[in-house]
Design a protein around this ligand. Structure first.
Ligand code: PNS
Length: 165
């Protein structure tokens, strides 16, 4: 069925780096919405593992086979990005109650700032529920193998970055 009211959602995050958990969310959200904008935060944490260009490239490569996904950088308020994209929903993943505690105030605040914008949560797939970018960063910085948790685009880029240092 072709809809004249294509639904756009934004899936924001730091993606430092993108993990299989993120990828699972992106693929599932892309089935729920007509157009999914994956929004990569410009300045994520004080000590990011990868710069913006690398994070964008890794997200683009990992999602290249998902036709209705667009990847862009964003800075400033999420609600403003959502408005610029014509999005009516923000998609986030929930792995646990701790995630809910972090997410709930943001969803309420974003809705207060932009009443037309709702947050939709997808329950994390069990296989990836223990995977977080922060743990992946720590394992990588300490020399551990992260291959089981991140797409091949991440493995390649991080290996290249290590070679150039
Ligand atoms: O992957 P993360 O780091 O958990 O993503 C957090 C993110 C990007 C969703 C959040 O920091 C965010 O929305 N930042 C944009 C700034 C903003 O709009 N802040 C007000 C939120 S209520």
């Amino acid at each position: 069925m072709t809809s004249t009211h294509a639904r756009t959602a934004v899936l924001p995050g730091s993606f430092d780096p993108i993990t299989f958990g993120h990828l699972d969310m992106i693929r599932r959200a892309a089935r729920v919405f007509d157009r999914l904008v994956v929004a990569v935060l410009v300045n994520p944490s004080k000590t990011p593992l990868s710069g913006l260009d690398d994070r964008l490239a890794m997200v683009r490569e990992a999602t290249a086979d998902v036709a209705n996904v667009e990847v862009m950088a964003f800075d400033g308020l999420l609600v403003e990005l959502a408005e610029r994209c014509g999005a009516t929903a923000v998609v986030r993943g929930l792995r646990s109650g701790a995630d809910f505690d972090y997410e709930w105030p943001m969803a309420r605040m974003n809705h207060a700032l932009s009443p037309g914008l709702d947050t939709v949560y997808l329950a994390a797939t069990g296989e990836w529920a223990h995977v977080s970018s922060s743990l992946v960063r720590e394992i990588h910085r300490l020399g551990g193998a992260i291959d089981a948790f991140v797409p091949s685009a991440v493995r390649r880029r991080l290996a290249q970055a290590a070679d150039t240092h």
